[in-house]
Design a binder for this molecule. Structure first.
Ligand SMILES: Nc1ncnc2c1ncn2[C@@H]1O[C@H](COP(=O)(O)OP(=O)(O)OP(=O)(O)O)[C@@H](O)[C@H]1O
Ligand SMILES: [Mg+2]
Length: 248
């Protein structure tokens, strides 16, 4: 079902755009073409989901769109800026300011409490410690983990760890939030909670959420589902209500 019925004027400018992105990797003596001229535009306030078979290039696309890797050819535009034209320092600054990441494996520091995990990147951003503390507490509250603030990862469940990771990403108030298989290590209930939080980030903060997942529960909650195969987008489905707020 293609429900893209809104007029172009109702749609905001894309916040993330891939323009004929190509990327290959050398595997021994063989060059493997992972992305082949992939183009896609993503919009603020939406949770867009990329699904597709293992090895089709989903994580690679995420890393190109976030400036973690450079494409062989094509452009990755984020918030209107061509990431490939930024110098290394500008790119690092851009990523720190505007992007948040959530991974399957949580990537938390074992020695830090939940509150410290969330505060850490805020310090790198140059926020004063009182402001960092306030924002970190608020982010943990948003994911329902205020009562786990002083616990370390070993004392938390998988779902709680992932919610700390999301709080860490969201405390920066990034315009772009990337999540690679954020629910695949979680049970149904924790996974559902994580999905709700990501969706809320898109809805209430206008964040562009780009999420890679095989999780069928996530498909139902996404505003848009992009089906990827052999390094290209093969299908593009959008919920009819996705752009409602922009029509009003
Ligand atoms: N740094 C790298 N060096 C060499 N090959 C790589 C590299 N990164 C990815 N690849 C290859 O590119 C292809 C796509 O990888 P990618 O991680 O993007 O797939 P994916 O769709 O995320 O898969 P999965 O669902 O299993 O996570 C794979 O064949 C992988 O082996
Ligand atoms: Mg992957």
């Amino acid at each position: 079902m293609n429900t893209m019925q809104t007029t172009p004027a109702a749609r905001p400018a894309p916040s993330l755009e891939a323009v004929r992105l190509s990327k290959s990797f050398l595997s021994g003596v063989v060059r493997v073409q992972v992305l082949q001229g992939l183009s896609v535009a993503l919009y603020p306030g939406e949770l867009s989901l990329i699904s597709g078979p293992s090895g089709c290039g989903k994580s690679t696309l995420l890393s190109l769109m976030s400036g973690l890797q450079a494409p062989d050819s094509g452009q990755a535009l984020a918030l209107g800026e061509d990431l490939g034209r930024m110098g290394a320092r500008a790119l690092e600054k851009f990523r720190l300011r505007h992007t948040g990441f959530v991974f399957q494996g949580f990537n938390l520091f074992p020695a830090l409490t939940s509150l410290e995990q969330v505060q850490l990147p805020l310090g790198y951003m140059g926020l004063r410690s009182a402001e960092a503390l306030r924002r970190a507490q608020q982010a943990l509250d948003e994911v329902g983990l205020s009562h786990r603030s002083h616990m370390r990862p070993a004392e938390l469940s998988g779902g709680e760890k992932q919610r700390v990771a999301i709080a860490r990403a969201m405390a920066k108030a990034p315009q772009l939030l990337f999540a690679d298989e954020p629910t695949s290590a979680l049970d149904a209930e924790s996974g559902q909670r994580v999905i709700d939080i990501l969706h809320r980030a898109a809805r209430s903060h206008g964040t562009t959420v780009l999420c890679v997942s095989h999780d069928p529960r996530l498909v139902r909650h996404a505003d848009r589902v992009l089906g990827m195969e052999d390094g290209a987008i093969r299908s593009d489905w959008r919920q009819s209500s996705a752009f409602k707020e922009h029509d009003e």
